[in-house]
Design a protein around this ligand. Structure first.
Ligand code: HEM
Length: 184
């Protein structure tokens, strides 16, 4: 039930998928909103602190997700699905993971460029690493923005693919990412 099987995702992978999907979409919206604020807006600091804290939580979940994926089984594509489409979907998943990693690393590098640590929900601090890179915040900021836009573009295609599986191919690809299925 908790672990993946050859034919279905388990509860842990399903919970991680949807929790992180909500966080990614929320962080993207919050990110676009907060860069429009000025220093004098009441939400200026609060929105950045929230973005950073949720971003660090996402990074922790990402590391856990990599470990969970590496240690467990990956469900095989549903029977009868096209081999080329499966290969494209598999590559898209890998690119999504690489972009997520790039986004959290560049986010960390923006926030810590001035040597300040990151306060996570006022509970603890993640220290800065001194890299002495000139324009660190600018470079990391560009990477962060473009990787986030690419991720959202890819996620839209990914979601359309999942909906095609469900409504056109009428197979179990989407259902098995919503609830664990019994082995056929
Ligand atoms: C920010 C949003 C999202 C992200 C970052 C994301 C990421 C991912 C990743 C990385 C995987 C591969 C899981 C693995 O095997 O390790 C995956 C699988 C999957 N996702 Fe998403 N996803 C998002 C949103 C969605 C949405 C909105 C839908 C549905 C409309 C969806 C449907 C699925 C399905 C059905 C699978 C399983 C595909 C299969 O069995 O091959 N995802 N997702």
């Amino acid at each position: 039930m908790f672990k993946n099987t050859q034919s279905s995702y388990g509860l842990v992978a399903i919970a991680l998928h949807w929790l992180m999907a909500v966080m990614v979409l929320g962080l993207f919206g919050l990110g676009l909103y907060m860069v429009e604020l000025t220093y004098y807006d009441s939400w200026y600091r609060g929105s950045m602190d929230l973005h950073k804290s949720v971003g660090i939580t996402l990074a922790a979940l990402l590391i856990f997700r990599f470990a969970w994926r590496a240690l467990g089984t990956q469900p095989k594509p549903v029977a009868g699905s096209d081999k080329l489409i499966n290969a494209i979907a598999h590559s898209a998943h890998l690119v999504i993971y690489v972009l997520l990693l790039g986004i959290v690393i560049s986010g960390y590098l923006i926030s810590t460029a001035d040597g300040r640590s990151i306060e996570v929900f006022t509970l603890f601090n993640i220290p800065a690493i001194e890299l002495s890179v000139e324009n660190q915040a600018d470079i990391a900021g560009k990477v962060h923005y473009w990787a986030a836009c690419s991720l959202i573009g890819l996620v839209i295609l990914h979601a359309l693919g999942a909906l095609k599986h469900h409504f056109i191919d009428k197979d179990k690809t989407l259902i098995r990412m919503i609830k664990p299925l019994k082995d056929d």
